[in-house]
Design a protein around this ligand. Structure first.
Ligand code: FPP
Length: 254
């Protein structure tokens, strides 16, 4: 792998050649996979063709993350707001988990990848949820990359649900409000057990967080690229990692 990564040119000039394997690799990378519709429109194709190509790219970027030694890759696959899209598009998106896992589960298992999910199971059709649950079950003992799908996920919903759980603990007398800590909050988030993302990548030139991991991204480094998700290559990924490696993370300190 080292040899392959050494061949990477961060920009096109020889002088900008960067070996990302000698720098700090982020533990947790979160990705807002944006731009599928524009990718399709540029080619005169229906929007769903962009989503399909985007699904294929999930495989490539998962394998790249695994090769790089990233521990967790969280992918924003469907937000709580995406239900507002036309029914045909939503229906298509809901078929993708089944297609993706049908095609890739054996390869993911071979590569020791563990599948997880964040988001509300309620409201997801059975044909979307079942393959994910099966994937989670089949990979639960794997110890390699955690591939964490954010599906039917919204940061505000997650926080609201967490607040309700904490209120219930208080009303049951298990906790006093003055005893509440960040750790209590983290324990009731859907990302519980995972470290916060070190790096957020958003494709397609949009500069927003779009209700994604609002609590967890307090100190996440952000990388925005104009590349549309279906054309986001491993070289774009290396570039984001190289950018991350140049940041000084102070977490509010000096
Ligand atoms: C945003 O692009 C993308 C989505 C809402 C869907 C992302 C889903 C995938 C990439 C595939 C997921 C794969 C699995 C296995 C679940 P957009 O449609 O908003 O793009 P646009 O802004 O160009 O219209």
């Amino acid at each position: 792998m080292k040899e392959r990564l050494n061949l990477w040119f961060g920009k096109t000039k020889q002088a900008d050649r960067v070996d990302i394997t000698s720098g700090k690799i982020p533990k947790h990378v979160a990705v807002i996979m944006d731009g599928n519709g524009r990718w399709a429109r540029k080619r005169g194709l229906p929007r769903v063709a962009g989503h399909h190509q985007g699904m294929k790219n999930v495989k490539q970027i998962t394998m790249t993350a695994n090769d790089l030694g990233i521990e967790i890759l969280t992918l924003y696959a469907f937000s709580t707001e995406n239900w507002k899209r036309p029914k045909d598009e939503v229906d298509f998106l809901m078929k993708l988990p089944q297609e993706f896992l049908g095609l890739e589960i054996e390869e993911l298992i071979k590569n020791n990848v563990q599948i997880r999910m964040m988001g509300s199971r309620e409201g997801l059709p059975e044909h979307a949820l079942r393959p994910i649950e099966e994937g989670i079950e089949r990979t639960k003992n794997n110890t390699g990359l955690i591939l964490n799908f954010a599906l039917n996920y919204g940061g505000r919903k997650e926080l609201l649900y967490a607040a309700k759980q904490l209120c219930e603990s208080v009303s049951r007398g298990e906790l006093k409000p003055e005893e509440l800590t960040e750790e209590h909050m983290e324990a009731v988030l859907q990302s519980s057990g995972l470290p916060d993302p070190d790096l957020l990548i958003r494709t397609s030139g949009e500069l927003r967080v779009s209700n994604f991991m609002l609590w967890q991204m307090a100190y996440t480094e952000m990388w925005f690229t104009d590349a549309l998700w279906p054309e986001f290559t491993k070289e774009h990924f290396y570039e984001a990692i190289a950018g991350y490696q140049q940041r000084a993370r102070r977490f509010g300190g000096i």
